[in-house]
Design a protein around this ligand. Structure first.
Ligand SMILES: Nc1ncnc2c1ncn2[C@@H]1O[C@H](COP(=O)(O)OP(=O)(O)OP(=O)(O)O)[C@@H](O)[C@H]1O
Length: 235
């Protein structure tokens, strides 16, 4: 489904991602793990078309999207939830959601149907449809940005640190929702610092350190073989 081959990303002379390769199969939930500064967000931004690759290739369902713009990437079927969790604070929840559907703006019936499905998945957003998004709690804003990404009807969803800065009870809810999305058949690439939670939902994981992939395997293999504290806590 998603095939990353020898991908490099640089900021001037800083090489943030150094020739990494990994795959995410159809319907799989793959996690990209690593300490601060390992290069996870740079990888996600590059796949999303927000950063230019300095080498390598990105293929989605056999189609080369390495040089695609963010909009072209969304049109190809890949939606991204960045770690910045940006909502438009003065727009209502409903208006924020409709912005996620801009590539389908002529298909109003399809958008309504998708919105109904998302309201079932995120009842809190349905209750707060007419409320300015800036008045939502942090956890609700995270739900909103995930739902907004799903309004583009992606086949692959990239989630960058969805649990960042949220209370443990809310983190539980976010991970339950990620599991529900996986069960619905969505292909997911999940970047997380929350290693235990990520491995609990992931089929496979890749561990990044200093811009390179140092370990990969099933969630059980990663738990069993790698020294998590060394990779994640920088020890
Ligand atoms: N805009 C930028 N300009 C220069 N260097 C950058 C920029 N963004 C990231 N970097 C550098 O690239 C490297 C990888 O950063 P990146 O944000 O991809 O890591 P990360 O694994 O996502 O970490 P975090 O979890 O803290 O976001 C770091 O050394 C970082 O300082």
């Amino acid at each position: 489904m998603l095939d990353i081959s020898d991908l490099s990303v640089s900021y001037g002379t800083i090489r943030a991602v150094r020739g990494i390769s990994f795959t995410v199969g159809k319907g799989e939930l793959v996690s990209l793990l690593g300490a601060n500064g390992a290069g996870k967000s740079s990888t996600i931004k590059c796949i999303a078309g927000a950063l230019k690759a300095s080498g390598g290739s990105i293929t989605l369902e056999g189609r080369d999207i390495t040089a695609a713009s963010p909009e072209q990437v969304v049109r190809a079927g890949l939606a991204t939830v960045p770690e910045t969790r940006d909502v438009f604070p003065d727009l209502t929840v409903a208006e924020n959601l409709m912005l996620g559907a801009y590539i389908h703006r002529r298909d109003q019936a399809g958008n309504r149907e998708n919105l109904d499905r998302l309201h079932t998945l995120f009842p809190r957003l349905a209750e707060r449809s007419h409320q300015p998004a800036g008045t939502l709690s942090g956890g609700e804003q995270q739900m909103l940005v995930i739902a907004r990404a799903l309004m583009s009807r992606p086949t692959v969803l990239l989630l960058d640190e969805p649990s960042l800065g949220l209370a443990p009870a809310i983190v539980e809810r976010i991970f339950e929702m990620i599991e529900t999305l996986k069960k619905s058949g969505l292909t997911i690439l999940l970047v997380e610092q929350n290693v235990n939670q990520a491995l609990a939902v992931a089929d496979r994981a890749y561990v990044m350190r200093l811009g390179a992939i140092v370990t990969s395997g099933t969630a059980d293999e990663i738990r069993a073989t790698s020294d998590l504290s060394a990779h994640y806590l920088g020890g």
